[in-house]
Design a protein around this ligand. Structure first.
Ligand code: SF4
Length: 369
């Protein structure tokens, strides 16, 4: 039986037919998927796309998270992590502290490090170059996923350099790939409410275009369940898809459900329901047919929902993330460290084959001199 014949819902059946014939879903299809309650039909379509790309494999990583400072100039209303320098609990990691944390994590067997932080006016480019060189010195083949488009833009302005120069210097110092943070939601009127001082959605996309042009693979995120409307979600997905058609540089799309504890956003929204999350992930898998991976960060959606999502279009469970700070500052109730054994068990229990990888998905980290 082909895909279309298995779909009961008439509107979703039309979308299934397109997917079977490799015709991209349009905006009306996206709206249908984002509002359907025929969740099993939607999952069947998303899973068809997922299996075509990855079969029965589900990816996970063994990695650490490092947030080098929580001091940030922007103090976005959406952020529970940042603070001012004078606040209790503010910190900047010294290079010795970086070395100690990375040495401990490497001794425990990590393959990858994920580095993001606040926008701190005192941290010039050489701090980051020395940080990256120090990490490479500890483990030469570690995969380094570092700095969002927001940080690259800030480093360029702070150091009076072009974004290209900043990227080139940090790639030379050790960056292998870029995380997808800071995309939030591209819609200008929503951005004005949740992160008014952050670079625009258009600038975020432009920095990704530059990074892709320089050969850097990146992720893209989407923050949902705050002030956005359905049209804003649709717009976000299509802008990612359009840039991907142009550059092919996005490896992974990562939807993130907003956590509002300790933020200055009170959207009067309840936490997402299970169906809300499933609709977002499954629809993303179908719409972003040109982005290879859809990742569910278990620490955002919870281990149980992340496992369910493996059968609704998701192929990557994310990693162990030793010492995650950002979403836990915003009230995530998950542990800040998932063991490799726990991730493998979750994947196998969902009927999938676990594959340990990095954000490069098997590409060995390039060692730079
Ligand atoms: S979201 Fe990022 S840019 Fe905004 S305040 Fe938090 S750390 Fe700073």
């Amino acid at each position: 039986m082909n895909l279309t014949d298995t779909i009961q819902d008439r509107a979703l059946r039309t979308i299934a037919e397109k997917v079977e014939h490799n015709i991209p879903a349009d905006q009306a299809d996206t709206r249908t998927m984002l509002t359907t309650s025929s969740i099993l039909d939607l999952g069947t379509i998303a899973q068809f796309v997922r299996r075509r790309l990855h079969g029965n494999i589900a990816f996970y990583g063994v990695n650490m998270n490092m947030n080098y400072t929580n001091i940030c100039e922007l103090r976005c209303p959406l952020c529970a992590f940042s603070c001012d320098e004078s606040d209790t609990g503010s910190y900047v990691l010294s290079l010795n502290e970086v070395r100690e944390r990375v040495e401990n994590a490497v001794a425990s067997g990590i393959d990858e490090i994920h580095i993001v932080g606040g926008l701190h006016p005192g941290l010039k480019l050489d701090y980051f170059e020395r940080m990256l060189q120090c990490i490479r010195g500890i483990k030469s083949d570690i995969f380094i996923v570092a700095f969002t488009a927001v940080e690259y833009d800030y480093f360029a302005r702070l150091n009076n350099l072009s974004v290209e120069t900043v990227l080139r210097r940090l790639i030379n110092a050790g960056v292998n790939a870029t995380p997808g943070g800071g995309a939030e939601i591209f819609s200008p009127h929503v951005r004005e409410m949740i992160a008014p001082k952050k670079i625009s959605g258009a600038r975020w996309l432009e920095i990704m275009r530059i990074a892709h042009g320089m050969g850097l693979k990146t992720n893209a995120t989407m923050l949902y369940n705050h002030q956005e409307h359905l049209d804003d979600v649709i717009d976000h997905l299509f802008r990612i898809r359009t840039l991907q058609d142009e550059t092919g540089g996005f490896k992974t799309f990562v939807p993130l459900a907003f956590h509002e504890t300790n933020t200055r956003i009170h959207a009067n929204r309840r936490e997402t329901t299970g169906y809300d999350d499933i609709r977002i992930y499954a629809t993303s898998r179908v719409v972003l047919h040109n982005v290879p991976h859809i990742k569910a960060l278990w620490m955002y959606v919870g281990e149980k929902m992340a496992q369910v999502l493996l059968n609704f279009g998701v192929d990557d469970m994310s990693g162990t993330y030793n010492d995650e700070k950002v979403v836990h500052a915003a009230g995530a109730r998950t542990a800040d460290y998932g063991s490799e054994a726990a991730l493998r068990r979750i994947i196998m229990d969902a009927g999938m084959v676990p594959q340990r990888t990095t954000a490069g998905y098997g590409a060995k980290a390039e060692v730079t001199s």
